[in-house]
Design a protein around this ligand. Structure first.
Ligand SMILES: Nc1ncnc2c1ncn2[C@@H]1O[C@H](COP(=O)(O)OP(=O)(O)OP(=O)(O)O)[C@@H](O)[C@H]1O
Ligand SMILES: Cc1cn([C@H]2C[C@H](O)[C@@H](COP(=O)(O)O)O2)c(=O)[nH]c1=O
Length: 212
């Protein structure tokens, strides 16, 4: 069985990820692929419980980091790895890049500690126990924080993160840019475009990288 494709969507709140995930799923299905669609924090019953805590309760940045990585561990073991082993396309709305961007750059938490947690949670798949599970492709929706805030205003009740000031999202956006600079798996999507043009960039990226 050929191993599946692990694809993540990242970006600050309101960048437009969710607006394109249905179409992404449909695109892969029309090509005959089985799609496992999931999200972080979440993706398992325990992960969804932890998500509610992380998105509603004030907490220290280390506590927040431990909770998102605890949710991720269950998610990797119960959902992501089995789906990849079956050959599925795994479409995941956020993964570890979000932790580096939000807890690391946004909250100013220690990136070395996050790297250690990343190693503990994502290493260990036989026969290469030191290789970290990473997405094959990360679609990074890049949008100025001021525009994202305008888009979110009135769209829904803000959660704990969405209630943060624009300065927080400037740091998160820089965190994503730093992460993207170090990894070829990132594809920057200019999200400051009409929806159709954002989708065209996604399609072009998938084609250029040989994923669809
Ligand atoms: N290209 C676009 N132009 C204008 N508005 C958009 C565009 N894409 C999405 N929107 C609108 O912006 C808002 C946020 O979009 P969406 O929920 O897809 O963002 P998101 O990245 O999934 O956010 P979050 O991570 O907070 O869930 C929605 O109201 C959506 O309708
Ligand atoms: C994975 C992950 C997420 N977050 C934050 C980012 C968002 O504000 C929320 C998730 O909400 P969404 O509507 O599903 O985008 O959680 C985080 O701070 N750290 C993480 O690792």
């Amino acid at each position: 069985m050929t191993r599946g494709l692990f694809l993540t969507l990242e970006g600050i709140d309101g960048a437009g990820k969710s607006s394109h995930i249905d179409a992404l799923e449909a695109l892969f299905r029309t090509r005959g692929r089985t799609v496992t669609r999931t999200r972080e924090p979440g993706g398992t019953p325990l992960g969804e419980t932890l998500r509610t805590l992380v998105l509603t309760q004030p907490m220290d940045a280390l506590t927040e980091s431990l909770l998102v990585f605890a949710a991720r561990r269950e998610h990797v073991l119960q959902v992501i790895e089995p789906a990849l082993a079956r050959g599925d396309v795994v479409l995941c709305d956020r993964f570890t890049d979000a932790t580096f961007a939000y807890q690391g750059a946004g909250r100013g938490f220690d990136l070395d500690v996050l790297s250690s947690l990343e190693h503990w949670v994502q290493a260990g798949r036989a026969p290469e126990p030191d290789v970290l599970l990473q997405p094959a492709l990360t679609l990074w929706f890049d949008l100025p924080p001021e525009i994202a805030a305008e888009r979110l205003a009135g769209a829904r009740l803000p959660d704990k993160f969405e209630s943060q000031p624009v300065e927080f999202f400037r740091r998160v956006a820089q965190g994503y840019a730093d992460r993207a600079a170090g990894a070829a798996r990132f594809a920057r999507i200019d999200a400051n475009r009409p929806r159709e043009q954002v989708w065209q960039q996604i399609e072009a990226t998938l084609a250029a990288r040989g994923f669809a």
